[in-house]
Design a protein around this ligand. Structure first.
Ligand SMILES: C[S@@+](CC[C@H](N)C(=O)[O-])C[C@H]1O[C@@H](n2cnc3c(N)ncnc32)[C@H](O)[C@@H]1O
Length: 206
């Protein structure tokens, strides 16, 4: 417990300055799996983050709404590496938990599912600009909620991060087996993240 507190303290110090994002990833490599998972489901490498940000630039995606972002550490890494060239909004459920003393600190400002009116505004704001916007699901695991979000999303891009299929790790949606309505969404591109994870970019067919 004492060790975990010390390590968390180090994480909080590192995330105080954007230029520490590489150090943060290196520090993540030294952590025990339990704390790593508490902070972030998969820890990307620096090359993974740079490739992801490059893909966002190529697709001109400027705003991202990350659903079920947890602590938001992944989103912090992406933003820090991109020097805030795009915006990420985070959405979570259970404000009581995330605001409690037991939860880890949030690394991006969190919005909560319970605040229904704010969420509608969030989805609108995310796509209000002239640039394309995206919904992001990383290790999300609720099919019905995923479909509900997709139904009200007016943007053109969907990003799903998760495990390669057939590894015995279940997420829903899975990036390669997203089971999207084919007349509405098409797979645009894939990135390999770490040895076992995939980032899939899907484009809405207009
Ligand atoms: C496995 S965790 C992944 C967290 C984070 N994306 C990551 O990669 O570390 C799934 C997250 O989805 C959140 N979640 C589940 N259902 C949700 C919903 N309907 N709306 C928003 N978030 C939800 C959970 O609270 C949980 O934090």
């Amino acid at each position: 417990m004492w060790q975990e507190q010390t390590e968390l303290h180090e994480i909080y110090c590192l995330t105080a300055a954007k230029q520490n994002w590489r150090k943060l990833i290196a520090f993540g490599d030294t952590l025990q799996l339990e704390l790593k998972r508490k902070l972030l489901w998969i820890w990307p490498t620096t090359a993974n983050v740079l490739k992801f940000n490059q893909a966002l630039s190529e697709l001109q995606i400027q705003n991202i709404l990350s659903i079920g972002c947890g602590s938001g550490l992944l989103e912090w890494l992406m933003l820090a590496a991109a020097e805030n060239r795009f915006n990420i909004y985070g959405l979570e459920r259970d404000a009581n938990w995330w605001c409690s003393k037991y939860a880890v600190k949030s690394f991006v400002p969190l919005n909560y599912v319970e605040h229904a009116r704010l969420n509608a505004k969030l989805l609108t704001d995310c796509c209000a600009g002239v640039y394309p916007c995206a919904l992001l699901f990383c290790y999300f695991n609720d099919r019905q909620a995923f479909l509900d979000y997709l139904n009200i999303f007016v943007g053109n891009w969907l990003i799903i991060i998760g495990p390669q299929p057939n590894l015995g790790i279940h997420t829903d949606p899975n990036p390669l087996q997203a089971q999207l309505p084919t007349e509405q969404w098409a797979l645009h591109s894939l990135l390999q993240w770490t040895e076992h994870n995939i980032v899939a970019f899907y484009k809405k067919l207009t």
